[in-house]
Design a protein around this ligand. Structure first.
Ligand code: NGS
Length: 251
C-alpha cells in the first residue's frame, strides 16, 4: 500500500521568519581549492540556487535581501572558486540573496568603482535589495560569522586578509569587501567613476563618509548622478547574473 501525500508548496509569506541567528552557522572553515573544479560541479553542488544566482531559504522568510556585486574581467578561475565557497556560505546565513557579476567589456583600463556603481543601479532594477555587498573577485570569506548583512553604518567586511597577515594594511582601509544599504549609498552619491586602473578608489569611498580632503570638493560631481554607461547584455546564468557593460575609458 502506497500513499502519496502531495504537500502544497508553502507560500513565502506563510513561512515563519528565519531566526535572528542562523542555526546553520559554523564559524571558521578551511578554504582549500579542489583542483580541476568545473563550473558545472559548482552548479551541481548548489541545486537550490535559481537562475541568475538567486536564493531564498526554503523553510523560513529571510529579513535580509542582500545583493553581491562583483566587478570582473578575465578572472574565470577566481570567479569559479569564489562561487564555490560563497553560495553555501550565504545559504548557511539564511539570506535572501543574488549574485551579480559586472563584467567590463573591452580592453580599456579596468575601473572597479564605476563597475560597482553600475552593479548597484542594475541590481536595484531587479529587486528592492536592502543591502549591497561590493566584493572583489579574489577574496573568499573564511568564517560564516562574518554576516553578509548591512548595519546602521557602512560596513567593511574584509577586515582581516591573509595577504595582510590577517590585519588591516592601514587604519582607514575600506577595500576588498564592503557593505552599504541603498540609502547609505545614495546619500554619498555612490562611488567615484574616475579612478581608472589599480588603487585609490576605496580610499576615496572611505573618505566620502566624513567628507575630507579631495572628495569633499568632488563627491557631488562624481558618482551616481554623473555616471554614463551602456549595458551590452544581461544573462541569467545558473549561479549568477552576468551584466556586461561598456563603461568607456579615461578621458
Ligand atoms: C593603497 C591603495 C588602495 C589599496 C591598498 C591596498 O595604497 O587603493 O593600497 O592595496 N590606495 C591608493 O592607491 C591611494 S593592496 O595591497 O591590496 O594591493 O586598496
Amino acid at each position: 500500500n502506497l500513499s502519496l501525500i502531495v504537500k502544497p508548496a508553502m507560500r513565502e509569506e506563510d513561512l515563519p521568519f528565519c531566526p535572528e541567528k542562523s542555526p546553520l552557522i559554523n564559524g571558521p572553515f578551511r578554504v582549500t581549492f579542489p583542483p580541476m573544479l568545473t563550473m558545472a560541479e559548482v552548479e551541481q553542488k548548489n541545486p537550490f540556487v535559481r537562475a541568475g544566482g538567486r536564493y531564498k531559504p526554503p523553510d523560513c522568510q529571510s529579513t535580509h535581501r542582500t545583493a553581491i556585486i562583483i566587478p570582473h574581467r578575465n578572472r574565470e578561475q577566481h570567479l569559479k572558486y569564489l562561487l564555490y565557497f560563497l553560495h553555501p556560505f550565504l545559504q548557511r546565513q539564511q539570506l535572501n540573496y543574488g549574485i551579480y557579476i559586472i563584467h567590463q567589456a573591452g580592453n580599456y583600463t579596468f575601473n572597479r568603482a564605476k563597475l560597482l556603481n553600475v552593479g548597484f543601479k542594475e541590481a536595484m532594477k531587479d529587486e528592492d535589495w536592502s543591502c549591497m555587498f561590493y566584493h572583489d573577485v579574489d577574496l573568499i570569506p573564511e568564517d560564516d560569522r562574518n554576516l553578509y548583512t548591512c548595519d546602521k553604518y557602512p560596513k567593511h567586511a574584509s577586515i582581516a586578509m591573509d595577504k595582510f597577515g590577517y590585519k588591516l594594511p592601514y587604519k582607514t582601509y575600506f577595500g576588498g569587501v564592503s557593505a552599504l544599504t541603498p540609502e547609505q549609498y545614495m546619500k554619498m552619491n555612490g562611488f567615484p567613476n574616475n579612478y581608472w586602473g589599480w588603487g585609490g578608489e576605496d580610499d576615496d569611498i572611505a573618505i566620502r563618509f566624513n567628507m575630507l580632503a579631495k572628495t569633499r570638493r568632488t563627491w557631488k560631481q562624481d558618482g551616481m548622478n554623473t555616471m554614463e554607461y551602456e549595458v551590452l547584455s544581461k544573462e541569467f546564468r545558473p549561479l549568477y547574473t552576468n551584466i556586461t557593460v561598456d563603461i568607456g575609458s579615461e578621458k
